[in-house]
Design a binder for this molecule. Structure first.
Ligand SMILES: Cc1cc2nc3c(=O)[nH]c(=O)nc-3n(C[C@H](O)[C@H](O)[C@H](O)COP(=O)(O)OP(=O)(O)OC[C@H]3O[C@@H](n4cnc5c(N)ncnc54)[C@H](O)[C@@H]3O)c2cc1C
Length: 310
């Protein structure tokens, strides 16, 4: 892992840095590149614009590690309101949320109750809710949370990270559940004991898991797949593998983050691929923004430009 990536990922967990940076205007201006605004209406507006350009979306309220049950319940009711808002705007949009934002630190039962309330409301409106994957200390509980909700709801998905060695086994154990899986590389700071430290290995593992998922959806279209990546090389390999398996271009989704690789997003739509964009919003953006800088330290230049343009 590069020094810059380590530095940003360490910074993402620092409350002191969050306080120092969080209310600086130039940082907020730089953050706007990756999120349309802090309010749900901002996200709904961005989703409507994307829909006109042929893309569906996923809305996620930024935040993690809530400290009490009331906060978890507030987050759950926010998401229930989001279901109504996307329905009211006629959007092809789903939801994505972090288990610790729904109270996983307070216990599985707390997070389960909160998630169940969101998934039930979303199910009634025909929306999918995808459970994000956070740092490795949460993987076991997150999978258990997913399994509990999946046992009586179809409209719930789960994210898996290719950088973890364990993901191959986790994927095999999930496939019989006919899941919706979003495969990503992984955004947290993990040790070489449990995660591939080199990008080339993370990419290799991503492609192996991707082929397994394409085979699974070919065998059973009840297995739904989204590839969360902006990596043009990997996307090309995935499309070729899907073609070799005889899958239609829209048998899987390519999912990207709002504001990243817009050129590739539009090109994929023109190619007939199903493209879904994850739109983040909300006031608690600091740790999430640090993870975006870690993915591409060159993004710091956008922040510096905002400083100079202040
Ligand atoms: C829809 C979606 C959901 C996600 N959910 C999760 C999750 O639940 N848990 C989790 O751990 N991670 C999640 N991630 C983040 C993911 O793990 C990666 O950290 C992130 O996608 C960057 O990896 P990459 O596959 O794009 O490849 P990279 O090799 O990092 O990047 C490939 C290319 O994409 C562009 N790019 C990538 N990141 C940036 C950036 N920040 N700014 C500008 N350009 C960039 C650059 O051109 C880069 O060369 C999610 C990502 C997406 C797209």
């Amino acid at each position: 892992m590069s020094l810059a990536r380590q530095m940003f990922l360490r910074g993402s967990t620092s409350p002191w840095l969050a306080r120092q940076m969080g209310n600086r205007r130039f940082v907020q201006r730089a953050v706007n590149r990756f999120m349309p605004g802090e309010q749900l209406e901002d996200a709904v507006g961005a989703a409507a614009t994307l829909q006109e350009a042929g893309m569906s979306s996923i809305l996620t309220l930024l935040g993690e590690n809530v400290a009490d049950r009331e906060a978890a319940e507030d987050v759950a009711s926010h998401y229930q309101g989001a279901v109504e808002a996307i329905g009211g705007a006629g959007l092809a949009a789903d939801l994505s949320l972090k288990p610790t934002h729904l109270g996983l630190d307070l216990g599985l039962d707390v997070a389960e109750a909160a998630l169940r309330s969101v998934v039930t409301r979303a199910g009634a409106a025909g929306r999918l809710v995808v459970v994000d994957m956070e740092g490795s200390e949460y993987v076991d509980d997150t999978l258990e949370l997913y399994r509990r909700i999946r046992s009586d709801h179809e409209n719930v998905g789960i994210c898996l990270q290719s950088y973890l060695y364990r993901t191959e086994d986790d994927l095999e154990s999930l496939i019989p559940l006919r899941p919706m899986i979003r495969l990503v590389k992984g955004a947290y700071r993990e040790s070489a004991d449990i995660a591939w430290p080199k990008k080339i290995d993370v990419n290799g593992a991503f492609m192996m898991r991707a082929v397994r998922l394409l085979e699974a959806t070919k065998a059973d279209p009840g297995v739904r797949v989204g590839f969360g990546t902006h990596d043009g090389g990997l996307i090309g390999d995935i499309r070729r593998a899907a073609y070799d398996l005889g899958l239609e271009r829209d048998a899987f989704e390519i999912q990207m983050l709002y504001g990243i690789r817009r050129d590739l997003q539009s090109w994929l739509v023109a190619e007939g691929c199903a493209v879904r964009i994850l739109i983040s919003y909300g006031p608690h953006w600091f740790p999430w923004y640090m993870r975006r800088l870690a993915e591409r330290p060159a993004n710091v230049w956008f922040m510096m430009r905002s400083v100079l343009g202040r």
